[in-house]
Design a protein around this ligand. Structure first.
Ligand code: UGA
Length: 432
């Protein structure tokens, strides 16, 4: 099939390369000329394992990039994979996707072929029908149902495993309200479903349901981690090993074993944004989303709890403190909403000298905290420190052992259960 994708961010680029790999002819549209040039030269604008191979294999052949919407005129379906950032009250800002939908409409006015416009971005229920479709109509004086149809196809890729997640999804969700849209989406994904030997569940549902499924998925995962964190905090107070508790309850298949690692909590670009947006959407309709608000409150408290465990053992004013790990999870240099940020802020409030280490995220963090020290190795970060705080469970951080003997006071506060307790260090696990 001939498929176009508007947006060359983390989702857009990944699905463009993966669709090309499935055999489709793909055009990826982005307004950023340098990204387009990079893609056409065979290099992805983001780092994801496996993506560089796919882009270099298909660029210039089944995968082309362009800044010109007219290059999508030959395609049968367009996926909108654009950011939906947060407004101040947590609600979704749809202005970027709306503007793109209008330009798409203006472009589609030049063809009489009925087109399918698929929203990939995370949007609150109703947005595809009441914001995106009218913008396409307005852009080209078009009529939904005659000139084009809309559909919603949410994305569940994780950073760091996006290509693998694309190839082996738990589910693919098609939100449609016409046979035309359903048939076309099925045709795009058929090669993927065939390749998975039908292990992949295809959920065919309504457009609003598809929009909500994405929020429900992320809200559930974020709340699951916040709930195990709350239970973990109580475990800690009673000297109970929360990981043994989590392993046991995870055996109940109504609960499930994954996403039960308690500790510093969640970061990244999506959980906070999505939980806040769906909470704001509930509030806009007069509903008070107490559980969703609590998931955020518990998450905000975990870094505070980590710092207070450190305070029990050492006054860090004027002392070096190692922050081990800066990215929001191992395997990425993404620091958006990373738990390291409130940890560093708390240390600076205590007048500590912060020495941070991360294998890949230091450059990004330097933009936010230019005045703290950045060590070249985890060993160098802990050398002479009065406390070491484990924030991200990178392998080389989890492997630290003898290095703790070089600390001024060997206080290790572990936010990720990465380090083994042993004699000679004062070890505090956040929730165990
Ligand atoms: C998340 C979802 O898992 C994806 O399905 C979704 O597509 C994506 O958001 C999105 O909406 O774009 P991602 O943000 O890449 O993916 O990260 P995850 O691997 O889900 O981890 C999220 C956070 O939860 C990390 O900070 C991690 O450290 C934390 N976490 C995870 C825990 O604290 N404990 C756990 O047991 C699991």
């Amino acid at each position: 099939m001939r498929v176009s994708i508007v947006g060359s961010g983390y989702v857009g680029t990944t699905i463009a390369a993966c669709f090309a790999d499935l055999g489709h002819e793909v055009v990826n549209i982005d307004i950023d000329e340098s990204i387009v040039e990079q893609l056409n030269a065979g290099t992805p604008p983001i780092h994801e394992p496996g993506l560089a191979d796919l882009v270099s294999t298909h660029a210039g052949d089944r995968l082309t990039a362009s800044t010109d919407y007219e290059d999508l005129l030959d395609t049968e379906v367009t996926f909108l994979a654009l950011p939906t950032p947060s407004n101040e009250d947590g609600s979704n800002d749809t202005s970027i996707i709306e503007a793109a939908a209008e330009t798409l409409g203006a472009t589609l006015a030049a063809t009489s072929d009925r087109h399918l416009v698929v929203v990939k971005s995370t949007v609150v229920p109703g947005t595809t029908e009441t914001v995106v479709a009218p913008a396409v109509e307005a852009g080209g004086d078009l009529t939904r149902g005659e000139d084009f149809e809309v559909a919603m196809n949410p994305e569940f890729l994780r950073e760091g495993t996006a290509v693998e997640d694309f190839r082996h999804p738990d589910k693919i969700v098609f939100g449609t309200d016409t046979a035309f849209a359903g048939d076309r989406l099925n045709a795009v994904f058929d090669p993927l479903v065939d390749a998975s030997n039908a292990d992949t569940a295809v959920v065919e549902t309504g457009i609003r349901e598809a929009e909500m499924i994405k929020y429900a998925n992320n809200a559930f995962l974020a709340s699951k981690v916040s709930l195990i964190n709350e239970l973990g905090n109580i475990c800690k107070a009673y000297d109970v090993d929360s990981y043994e508790v989590a392993d046991a309850i995870g055996l109940d298949d109504r609960i499930g074993a994954r996403f039960l690692r308690s500790g510093l909590g969640w970061g990244g670009s999506c959980f906070l944004k999505d939980v806040s947006a769906i909470a704001a959407a509930g509030r806009a309709k007069g509903y008070d989303p107490v559980m969703l608000d609590a998931a955020v409150t518990v998450n905000d408290r975990q870094p505070v709890q980590l710092l207070s465990l450190m305070d029990r053992h050492v006054d860090v004013a004027g002392e070096r403190v190692a922050v081990l790990g800066l990215s929001f999870k191992p395997g990425t240099d993404d620091i958006r909403n990373a738990r390291s940020i409130p940890v560093i802020e708390g240390l600076l409030e205590r007048d500590a000298t912060v020495v941070a280490y991360d294998p890949v995220a230091s450059d990004r963090m330097r933009e936010q905290f230019p005045d703290i020290e950045y060590a070249d190795s985890p060993e160098a970060a802990v050398d002479g420190a009065a406390a070491a705080l484990v924030v991200t469970e990178w392998d080389e951080i989890a492997a630290l052992d003898d290095a703790f003997d070089t600390m001024a006071t060997p206080v290790v506060v572990d936010g990720r259960r990465a380090i083994d307790r042993r004699d000679g260090i004062i070890y505090e696990g956040l929730t165990w």
